[in-house]
Design a protein around this ligand. Structure first.
Ligand code: ZN
Ligand code: ZN
Ligand code: ZN
Ligand code: ZN
Length: 408
């Protein structure tokens, strides 16, 4: 637990280049999977990707980047020696994508009998190959860090954007110094069946939030009180949903409508089901005000006020967050925000859970309304017009019929 927390809390980027690290490993005869040096390629050569193409005396050659070796050791290899059909396919796909993009811009005639690729094409293909590797590495890292069942995939078929450079994956709130989150509830139930007995929600004066199919049945704006570490019930209790984390496989993908990264589900999600939690750094509202002045439009949209009962704290998911960091805004969203209390019963510090408002099909993008707070409705006091956030307004690109025009 401590190790996991430490991993989540500290992200130290390595300043040494990948090439240098690989050379060091080779010199010391060490394997290191995360920089691509495996037992297999420590002494052998394995194709990592193809960089360029040429024809010499009717023979086809590809410039090969060797896995675990620096660019300076790239070599031209005849096609007949290459046993990497997938990489050859990728090379050809990337070439066609580049050419179709160029054609869109200006009509140029491309000779198919050319003996070499234009430098710009080879450059694009290499960038695409490097991006693919970087995104795969990031996907692996996200899945190592996450502590829930659902897998996280990463996909960019739109542009050359790689993993975000200043983002650290966390599973739960990261309180800033001076803010303490209670990790154990003061009360636990001793039901033999939490669904039918006077359980934790009743103790808090509210209804049990879920039906027998794990769907939320209470109206937006009503708090969820789940069973906690003091309760006698086991993990199969019907009042333990949010605490089990995301169950669905989700994909962080590059949107084609200029909305940056977005999140789509890879499986069908039933209506009223828990999808994910919104986590980030927990900061005071004064600190949120200060950061709001520093952030650009995009940064500001990561600030989420915990205004369930007070307005003392804000969640900032700009630098620390989970998949919810990448979920886009929509004025007609398919996710709805609920306040949740589990081990921390301090009403100033609810956890934020996102539930589906309707059936969401596999492949559909997930969205929530950035202006919608725990109240569940856009009323004048749920829209935040604090000075920090009013300063810059971001145009909404959600495309909904009911679009309000602005994100904030
Ligand atoms: Zn109970
Ligand atoms: Zn309980
Ligand atoms: Zn229970
Ligand atoms: Zn909109």
């Amino acid at each position: 637990m401590a190790a996991a927390e430490a991993r989540g809390a500290w992200c130290v980027p390595c300043l040494v280049s990948l090439d240098t690290l690989q050379e060091l490993c080779r010199k010391e005869k060490l394997t290191c999977k995360s920089i691509g040096i495996t037992k297999r390629n420590l002494n052998n050569y394995e194709v990592e990707y193809l960089c360029d193409y040429k024809v010499v005396k009717d023979m086809e050659y590809y410039l090969v980047k060797w896995k675990g070796w620096p660019d300076s050791t790239n070599t031209w290899e005849p096609l007949q020696n290459l046993k990497c059909p997938l990489l050859l396919q990728q090379f050809s796909n990337d070439k066609h994508i580049y050419l179709s993009q160029v054609k869109k811009g200006k009509a140029i005639t491309l000779k198919n009998n050319s003996k070499a690729l234009k430098p710009a094409i080879a450059e694009y293909i290499v960038k695409k190959a490097k991006q693919r590797i970087a995104l795969q590495r990031w996907q692996d890292e996200l899945n190592r860090r996450k502590n829930h069942k659902g897998m996280i995939f990463v996909e960019n078929t739109v542009d050359l954007e790689g993993p975000p450079s200043d983002f650290c994956y966390i599973n739960e709130y990261k309180p800033t110094p001076g803010i303490s989150l209670v990790n154990e509830a003061t009360f636990g139930c001793s039901c033999s069946d939490c669904f039918f007995e006077k359980c934790c929600p009743a103790e808090a004066g509210v209804l049990l939030a879920y039906n027998k199919s794990q769907q939320i049945k209470i109206p937006p704006g009503t708090p969820i009180y789940e069973c906690n570490s003091r309760c006698q019930c086991g993990p199969d209790c019907p009042n333990r949903i949010v605490q089990k984390g995301t169950q669905y496989s989700l994909c962080i993908f590059r949107t084609s409508n200029g909305c940056g990264w977005g999140v789509k589900t890879l499986v069908k999600i039933k209506r009223m089901s828990f999808v994910m939690e919104y986590v980030g750094e927990v900061i005071t509202s004064e600190e949120a005000e200060r950061r709001g002045q520093l952030y650009d439009n995009k940064g500001i949209t990561y600030l989420f006020d915990l205004d369930y009962e007070s307005d003392e704290f804000t969640v900032d998911a700009a630098r620390y967050g989970n998949v919810s960091h990448f979920v886009n805004h929509s004025c007609d969203p398919n996710l709805q925000v609920f306040n949740v209390f589990i081990d921390n019963l301090d009403t100033r510090l609810p956890r934020i859970a996102l539930f589906s408002t309707r059936t969401i099909n596999a492949g559909e993008e997930l969205t929530f309304d950035y202006q919608m707070k725990g109240s569940g409705d856009i009323s004048s006091d749920s829209v935040d017009y604090s000075p920090a956030k009013k300063r810059v307004r971001t145009v909404c690109k959600c495309g909904a019929v009911t679009c309000r025009g602005y994100l904030n």
